[in-house]
Design a protein around this ligand. Structure first.
Ligand code: UD1
Length: 367
């Protein structure tokens, strides 16, 4: 197997998958009914270099015990075409050298698309993990990446029934398998290790009083000065401290536009390593975000979320009011801190064993 990753959320998804691959050839994992046991999966990890800051990349490999990448393309940042093109140009040699049984691509970033396109051009089988997610918002670069990757790939590993339905609606049912959500695997595992640890919050934020965790990084939210000012302004009015974990793009745009990120309720700080992020969300009264993964992590950790977007790919999080969409910023100051919805929470994202199903599917269909 050869995994192609490059951006922060992909390292999170890679962690349980790499562990499940490493477990093949050894004991059968408890609770699975699979045929793992033999043969062992040889796993090559290719890091495109899309994310390169230590906090955006190395920290995830260290904290989530992911083996170091075998190949690092060092591509870095650039416009979509430049970045994706540089990855494509570098991938041919890598794939030709390793000639893997499967090329596994993750999620919806430019690294996903580049990995998929280079593999199909070389007639290598491609599996897409987190297949079938759709926002139906064609302004999102991730939506192009998802649709193009799903239609190129040979095996579509879907996280939810909703994703399976989207694939069926696009004529892709025959290639689709429901495996569950691997981010749930890692989220639950990490939650259980950090539950008793103190939350790592900026000075002035009391972990024992209500606080909100916020992230904003999408170009649609950061790249227009009026839009970014409105979002930060709304966060300043939240009636509890807001820990704003600032992606490099947010910092850069705010500084360019002269928008001060630390004022009112808002305390801006660097992105957190994954375990600290899980701990911070677990203890938070609310999450405000435009991230896909964080909406779902908030749901899994039992924290109400307010999403600064017109739609979500993780529509299950909207049920019961766990997640509220507030693209126009009319509600966020009032609803960012709100009570947990009453009643039992649905569990649409699987049982935390999705990565083993991924390994099973790939082994079962290995040439
Ligand atoms: C990418 C993904 C997005 C995902 C996000 C997670 C695409 C199209 N988007 O968006 O789906 O939610 O990762 O974070 O692939 N930068 C740094 N250091 C880094 C990485 C980026 O300073 O280590 C800055 C650069 O200015 C860069 C900008 O952030 O131009 C954007 O990075 P990029 O990788 O293009 O996209 P993300 O916004 O991170």
């Amino acid at each position: 197997m050869l995994s192609v990753v490059g951006a922060r959320p992909q390292f999170v998804k890679l962690a349980p998958v790499a562990a499940a691959f490493a477990a093949t050839g050894t004991a059968r994992p408890a609770g699975t009914t699979d045929s793992l046991g033999s043969p062992a999966i040889e796993h090559v990890i290719v890091h495109t270099g899309q994310h390169y800051d230590a906090l955006m990349s190395d920290a995830f490999f260290a904290d989530l015990h992911i083996p170091a990448p075998d190949v690092h393309l060092g591509v870095g940042s650039g416009s979509h075409g430049v970045q994706t093109g540089a990855m494509l140009a570098a991938m041919d040699d890598v794939l030709t050298t390793h000639s893997p049984d499967w090329v596994l691509v993750y999620g919806d970033t430019n690294s996903t698309l580049a990995g998929a396109v280079s593999a199909v051009k070389l007639h290598l089988p491609v599996a897409h993990l987190e297949a079938g997610l759709r926002s139906f918002n064609r302004r999102m670069p991730e939506e192009h990446n998802r649709v193009l990757t799903d239609h190129a790939a040979d095996l579509l590993l879907a996280p939810t029934l909703v994703a399976m339905d989207h694939l069926a609606a696009e004529g892709l049912a025959a290639r689709a398998r429901l495996v569950g959500d691997v981010m749930t695997d890692v989220c639950f595992l990490v939650r259980d290790t950090v539950r008793d640890a103190p939350a790592d919050l900026p000075d002035g934020v009391d972990a024992d009083a209500p606080y909100v965790v916020a992230t904003i990084h999408r170009a649609d939210n950061t790249d227009d000065p009026a839009r970014l000012a409105a979002i930060v302004g709304a966060l300043t009015r939240v009636p509890a401290p807001v820990v704003l974990l600032a992606h490099p793009r947010l910092r850069a745009r705010a500084s360019e536009f002269g928008i001060d990120l630390t004022r009112g309720s808002v305390h801006a700080s660097d992105p957190l390593p994954y375990p600290q992020m899980v701990r911070a969300v677990l203890g938070a009264a609310g999450v405000v975000t435009d991230s896909g993964g964080l909406q779902k992590e908030a749901f899994l950790l039992g924290t109400p979320c307010t999403t600064v977007r017109t739609e979500t790919e993780w529509t299950e999080t909207l049920d019961g009011g766990w997640n509220i969409l507030d693209p126009d910023l009319t509600q966020v100051a009032e609803v960012a801190v709100r009570a947990v919805p009453p009643g039992a929470q649905a569990m649409p994202y699987g049982d935390g064993k999705a990565a083993h199903r991924v390994a099973e599917e790939l082994l079962a269909t290995r040439a």
